[in-house]
Design a binder for this molecule. Structure first.
Ligand SMILES: [Fe+2]
Length: 204
């Protein structure tokens, strides 16, 4: 049985400043993420999938309600997002992950540019993703709303190793409508060590 917990952030609300301001983080984690968590618990309560890992739930999500899809997605996606960021995260990919990025995209900069493009072109609310596809190769994609690439409904499916929230609630206080500026600054706080861990697990 999986227990669905609501975790504190792995750092203080102001730890990602100036890239993401403390007020945004407080509202994002304490209100938006909390609401997804609470609504997910309500949606899964009487469902036979209750207690299953989120990955299992997502593999069958096309047969489930919109409430479960949106809130299970919101709960998972935000947990992922908090963990792929860290204060002073401006290290760089290395090892097997760097090799894979170079062979897939040509360079880290080209990978970042493609990721930014996916984030900018995601119309309305959603997420930009770097994933390990079912073929074991890296790919960049985006999903609308709180969908993610683990869902059987996703156009491009795979295991997320780096996801960026491009909902306005993630950046509007500081960046207003300038989503590209948020996506550019965001690399400063990416926790590449954690991304490398997710890459290793996804390719094991
Ligand atoms: Fe969000």
């Amino acid at each position: 049985m999986t227990t669905y917990t609501f975790a504190d952030l792995p750092y203080a609300y102001d730890a990602l400043e100036p890239v993401i301001d403390a007020t945004t983080m407080q509202i994002h984690h304490g209100r938006h993420h909390k609401a997804y968590y609470d609504n997910f618990l309500a949606a899964i309560k009487d469902n036979p999938l209750n207690g299953q890992p989120l990955e299992t739930i997502f593999a069958h999500i096309s047969k489930e309600s919109a409430a479960l899809r949106n809130n299970a997605g919101g709960y998972y996606n935000h947990n992922h997002y908090w963990n792929v960021m860290r204060p002073n995260g401006s290290n760089a990919p290395s090892g097997a992950l760097l090799d894979a990025i170079n062979s897939t995209f040509g360079s880290v900069d080209a990978c970042k540019a493609a990721f930014k493009d996916a984030g900018i072109k995601q119309f309305g609310s959603g997420w930009a993703w770097l994933i390990v596809g079912k073929d074991g190769k890296l790919a960049i994609t985006s999903t609308p709303n709180q969908d993610n690439p683990l869902m059987d409904t996703a156009a491009v499916q795979g295991t997320p190793i780096l996801g960026c929230d491009v909902w306005e609630h993630a950046y509007y206080l500081h960046y207003q409508n300038k989503r590209p500026d948020y996506l550019d600054a965001w690399w400063q706080i990416v926790n590449w060590d954690y991304v490398a861990e997710l890459y290793a697990k996804a390719t094991a």
